[in-house]
Design a binder for this molecule. Sequence first.
Ligand code: ADP
Ligand code: MG
Length: 236
Amino acid sequence: MTEAGTAEAPTPDAPIVELRDVTRSFPGPPEVQALKSINLTVSAGEYVTIVGPSGSGKSTMLNLLGLLDRPSVGEYYLNGQLTTQLDENERAAVRATTIGFVFQAFHLMPHRTVLDNVLMPMLYSGVPRAEREDRAHDALRRVGLSHRLDFQPGTLSGGERQRVAVARAVVSTPRLLLADEPTGNLDQTTSGEVMELFEELNADGLTLVIITHDDAIAKRAPRTIRISDGRLSEVA
Ligand code: ADP
Ligand code: MG
């Protein structure tokens, strides 16, 4: 696939994420400023948690970082590339090659097998079928689910479903993994297992941004950012 946004090519040494004075407001009435003039830099290989209460702007933040939404004001550089001027097709292409997502509610296709779910992001990637199968098997081995290839998500435990979602998120070798409350539907033990899996992926070089309302989860990361009423502060 060709690089989208030819105006400004990705720079290898640039931070993965750079938000400059980003505001996201939702028109009302009443107008809500979900993010207020935010600055954030995340370097390659970092493991960052963003913690804050319900309604503080966490999902808005993740949607912006994931190119699922655009700032109302300000700039977002991803891999050194200014994304705010890309059109929807270019944004989709950058998203597909650069970013993996994990959500609280797993978002798996219920009537497809585990293997099909993990193959899905590569369907239109131009990767030959045999190679796609190899990569999907590798990703599922990575999350410890090689014995569940032909199962449907409904027959799996919550923790297993989230591991399928993690395999799907990493199968296209993204540079950045974004997770929105990835342990929100899991018990404490299973949450710990899923976090350990994320941390293994980070140890292998994947940049990790995990959003949570749970302080215990947030504290696991070397860097934590608190979000409160749409504003960010670094936790020492
Ligand atoms: P969190 O994920 O931390 O619970 P959100 O980012 O979902 O918070 O929401 C932050 C604020 O922005 C809330 O006040 C919410 O009501 C508002 N908000 C989020 N999305 C929209 C939207 N599409 N339209 C209007 N207001 C929104
Ligand atoms: Mg949320």
